[in-house]
Every structure is written in structure tokens, then in C-alpha cells.
Design a protein around this ligand. Sequence first.
Ligand code: AMP
Ligand code: MG
Length: 486
Amino acid sequence: MKSLADLVFDNRFARLGDAFSTHVLPEPIAEPRLVVASASAMALLDLDPSEADTEVFAEIFAGHKLWSDAEPRAMVYSGHQFGVYNPRLGDGRGLLLGEVVNDAGEHWDLHLKGAGQTPWSRMGDGRAVLRSSIREFLASEYLHALGIPTSRALCVTGSSTPVWRETQESAAMVLRLAQSHVRFGHFEYFYYTNQHELLKTLGEHVLACHFPECLKDETPWAAMFREVVERNAALIAQWQAYGFCHGVMNSDNMSILGITFDYGPYAFLDDFDARHICNHSDDSGRYSFSNQVPIAHWNLAALAQALTPFVAVEQLRETLALFLPLYQAHHLDLMRRRLGLSTAEEGDDELVERLLQLMQGGAVDYSLFFRHLGDQAPEQALRQLREDFVDLAGFDQWSDDYVERASREGGPQDERQARMHAVNPLYVLRNYLAQQAIEAAEKGDYAPVRELHAVLSRPFEEQPGMQRYTERPPEWGKHLEISCSS
Ligand code: AMP
Ligand code: MG
């Protein structure tokens, strides 16, 4: 186990030079304090968890101190925001502090979000508020605990520095970890500015650092694109299977690694609603829950366009066409498991589809439905779940079909329960739970956010004394509007 002073840096992205990023020092926030830290994220850097309790920890991650080997950089990128190309975005309030190499030889980007203004801040203040920093922290660590690929969050630091949004709030920083911070928008920036030599440098960097196996292919760039398509198909299937709504799937928020990235006004579904829009500013519902599938495809097409100098258009088209069937196969596989079906039979896709249609318009909690379906034998479980559905005749027909299908799985109920509980979380990151923890943190009480983080880090395991986190949300908690300002 290491202390902060022992971290080893190897800043590969910074070495690409000034065309890719600009040297900027973090602007500290006042009276730094640790709000919450993730021991499992610290372990990625081999950090001793007790390091989080030191004064220097909060100071570093609030911008007051820096390792001499760190090279803080603001990256440049562009991207499609709500379908419209924005030629210049970039790190307006976050800095890549450097890349840490852990004992296993992995490189982890340390990205400090809320670190002050950069050349890409446009009209922004370069800051992040406490509320959105806590939200990013909780979601990063929760998705990871669910087994969904994501950037990680090491810690949140709070401060007394005032920040103006709709009202006065306080500035915070979140330290994000990812193996790369390269977004689809990085490729778009060099493509649309006609800097194809630099685009080549970027692609070669990403291939060498993150897709080395593609270098063995006859056409490494095409192989890389295929890998990105495959990873996104798997990722989006997990989002849909677990009810995660990202909220701002702009191409600058899409990671080249196929991980969940750049959390904003996200939400986990409470009652199932395929049309749910979690982003208050998304008037047209472009990023609604069910649209995430076609939008991921759309974003991959935007990336493909930026790769046209290096990959034949026909090949890009063929690879793009793989997205939907791959997504469907992954999604069906995940939904089968959530339903306790460990074998595959023809007609399972229809069983899943019918269930989702029956859930629509009812008051069916999307997470707890699957959890409770595993609590008891199918008939008994369904009898209790029935009352939340609207189309009862349809539900009864579905129940009969499911019971028959489940009976062909065989095995005792306790095995079925163990199998289902291992994939169906009991604890869910609900908006209202995050909101309650945030309100306490805003008053200086960090115990609730720490407890929520601890509970959510083991979402499948029943934890004594944590009953209140397993309950269905109160009616007010289902309709919270999450402000897009952050
Ligand atoms: P986001 O909505 O967080 O994905 O950010 C979109 C773009 O706006 C990125 O280029 C951000 O760096 C930039 N941005 C967001 N908020 C701020 C802020 N408060 N100050 C400066 N830039 C910002
Ligand atoms: Mg972003």
C-alpha cells in the first residue's frame, strides 16, 4: 500500500504536446475538506485507504498542492451537443493532472473536475458545485458496483468558495479516474479542423495505449472502431437492463473506452417508463431512456465520420451495422439473467418485450420488481407484484407464460434466489436518496453521503440496519427535477 507521496507518474497524453492540451494549474478552493472518498477507487492507485484521512489528501484534491511529477493539462475536444456540432469544447473546468502507473502496470488518469478556468471555459467559471460533484461520485461508484463499465471517482472535496448557479452554492471538486479521458469529440475536433496529421497522432496514441491488440490487425483503425462499437453495444445494453438514464449523450461525453462517462442529470428509473427524460433541459426527449439505443448508434456514426481519413467508408458502415444486433443480444442475455433464466430458449425475447410493455404506464418499480421476483417461488412472487400493473389480464397471461418458462430451468428455489439476487440489486441509487445526502452535505454533515456510498458499494447484499435504503421511493421522490446546471 502506498502513500500519496509514492505515486508514480507517466504522463503519456501530456507528451503529445500543446496541440492536444494546454498546461494549466488548478485554482484552489478555500478551506478544503474531504466530503467522501472511495477506498476501492483508491486501491486502483494502490493507495492506503487511511491516506484519505490526512490533511494533505483534501489539500491536493482541492487544488492546493501538486506532485512535482504531475503535469496538469486542459484537453481540447469538440463534439455534437444535442445533435448540433460545437467546434470547440475542451476541458472548461477540469484538468488532467497526470497519469499514475499502479503496481499492476495500469495507467490511471487523475482528472480534477472543478479545478478552475482554462482556455476552454468560454463563459463558465471553471467550477463545479458540491451537489453535482456528489452526484458524479455516487453514480461512478454505484455503476462500478453493479458491474457496469464506468469512470471511477476517488473523492469529493468541499470548500467555502462561493459559486453562483440559480442561487449561491459552494464549490467542490471531484477526482475522476479513468484509463483514458479521450472522447469521441477528440477525434471530431481534429477531423473537422482538417488537422489530419494530428488526428493520426491521436489515433496512434489511443491504439498503442488502449487497444494494443488492434495493432495486430491488418487494419488497426478499423479494428479499433469495431472494438468501440462492440463495447458500446455491451455498455448500452447494461444501461437499459438496469434502468440507467445518462441524460446528456453528447458525443463529447462518450468515452473512446466504451465506459459510462461525464455524469450530469442522470437518473435510475424508479417506476419503469421507457419515455423517461431525466434531463430537465432536454425538451424534445432526444436523450430519453429508450432513445439511448439509437443515440449511441448516432454517436458511433459521428465517430465513424471522424475516422474516414483512415478507414474505408464501406468498412465503417458494415461495422456500424453490427451495433444493433450486438446490443439486442447483450440486452436479452442480461434480461434473461434478471428473470432467473440461465438457459436460452426461443421466445425469450418476446417474453422480455411483453414484460416491459406491461410495466409501461403502471407503477412498477423497475429495480425491485426483479429483486422481489427472486425472493419467492415464481407463482407467489408474481401474486405480490401483480398489484402494480395496470393491464391485469395481460399480466396474468404473462405470469402463466413466465411460470411455465421458469419451471423448465429446474433447480430448487434457494438456488434460483441466489442466482437472481446476485444480478438484481436490492439497493438502488435513487434521486431522492442522493438528494437527501446532498442536502445534509450542504449543511456540513457528510455522514449521510458516506453511508449511502457504503451501502451502494455492495448493492446485491442485504445489509443489516439498512432497511430504509431498500424501500420504494415516496411519491415526491419520483418526480424530482434535476437541474442541468452543475
Ligand atoms: P458538461 O455539460 O459538463 O459535459 O460540459 C460541456 C462543456 O462545457 C465542457 O467543455 C465543459 O468543460 C464546459 N463547462 C461546463 N461547465 C462549466 C463551467 N462551470 N465553467 C467552464 N466550463 C464549463
Ligand atoms: Mg462533458
